[in-house]
Design a protein around this ligand. Structure first.
Ligand SMILES: Nc1ncnc2c1ncn2[C@@H]1O[C@H](COP(=O)(O)OP(=O)(O)OP(=O)(O)O)[C@@H](O)[C@H]1O
Ligand SMILES: [Mg+2]
Length: 172
């Protein structure tokens, strides 16, 4: 359990996942989150590393250095075709750095992109969280029913359980 700013973290994830979806017509978009190595974390903090990968249009090598600068949207035709303001990555970088972390990108034009960021948070105190035991027939609908989930065709590497879980929890 960690203590941080969920709203800001959501903003970064939504921008990176939104970009990945926007710039990927075929293939995959994936998100993995893991605990950063303890050696990388400042004392008393815990690091989380998120990796957002896609198989989309990719980014030209000569654009990577300026990518996190405001209003950088690539060629005019890309900006016209995909829309947006060109602020998402600059804002994401600012948020990640305020959380003590950093964000990087690896990309090959025409093949896809991978954005990786790490943020640091304070460990929370699980004993202060109010919990309630679900009855045997109860599902955590209250927490999950508002979520809209896009399920795409299963890839060989994807286990089938998310579809079953979301159906059981009445997500749309
Ligand atoms: N996953 C990606 N694949 C290919 N290009 C990307 C990807 N993510 C970002 N880019 C490039 O970087 C530019 C800047 O991204 P950024 O999120 O800052 O702005 P935006 O998505 O164009 O607009 P906004 O996020 O403000 O709505 C994009 O316009 C696009 O050219
Ligand atoms: Mg964006």
């Amino acid at each position: 359990m960690l203590r941080g700013d969920p709203g800001r973290l959501r903003q970064v994830l939504l921008n990176l996942l939104g970009n990945a979806m926007k710039f990927t017509e075929q293939g995959f978009v994936s998100l993995t989150v893991e605990r950063a190595s303890a050696a990388a974390a400042p004392e008393g903090l815990v690091g989380l590393t998120a990796r957002i990968a896609d198989s989309g249009i990719g980014i030209a090598a000569d654009r990577l250095a300026d990518l996190f600068t405001s209003f950088q949207q690539g060629s005019g035709s890309i900006a016209r075709r995909f829309g947006g303001t060109g602020l998402g990555l600059a804002i994401s970088k600012e948020i990640v750095e305020r959380m003590g972390g950093s964000i990087t990108v690896r990309s090959t034009e025409g093949q896809g992109s991978t954005f990786t960021f790490t943020v640091f948070m304070r460990p929370g105190d699980p004993t202060r969280v109010k919990t309630r035991q679900l009855t045997p027939n109860e599902t955590p609908v209250g927490a999950c029913a508002r979520l809209s989930i896009l399920l795409s065709r299963t890839m060989r590497s994807t286990p089938p359980s998310p579809a079953c879980t979301s159906a059981a929890w009445a997500m749309t």
